[in-house]
Design a protein around this ligand. Sequence first.
Ligand code: URA
Length: 205
Amino acid sequence: MATSKDPGVEPDQTPDSLDTCHRCALYKDATQGVPGAGPRHAPLMIVGEQPGDQEDLQGKPFVGPAGAMLDRALEEAGVARKEVYVTNAVKHFKWEPRGKRRMHKTPAQREIDACHYWMDRETADIDPKVIVALGATALKSVLSDSKAKLQASMGHPIDHDGRVIVATYHPSYVLRAPDPETRQAAYRAIVDALSEAHRLLKKKR
Ligand code: URA
């Protein structure tokens, strides 16, 4: 039974598969839900915002331009992507049309909250020791705090629910930066955060 004003949305639904998730309305305009990817029990989890255009089409996280940027930063930080579990706070692509293109739209808090159902399941399943949150949406989801602020959380790891959270910019921020200096500084911050996560993991082993 739908409990929202939108007949397609069932916020209390407890689906077994993303394919049948109607906890928010984003499923309606997306090609598919995009689950996380990576080894079960990976000690490091990386959380992004939501799938982009390419991820929506391919059904895999971080395979488009932001994924290429993330791969470059991971390599520079000495972290093998195949050993990391990569996922998103929101599992369906939220977009609006601009001409023939589908432009990313930032998810609303109610959509982050609805999708926390999947984040909880993934976090329990993977049980990572360290989580890197890429951008404000990821940080809000990982900390379950709608007021979490990215700038204030960067540069110092946060102990949360028995795990360590490392916050940094989203790779798309690097791609959208207006000038080379901002781009370089944001990219360095991501590499530094991934290096810090790697160092923390080694300390925990
Ligand atoms: N941006 C994200 O946050 N996640 C993806 O999977 C791709 C782009």
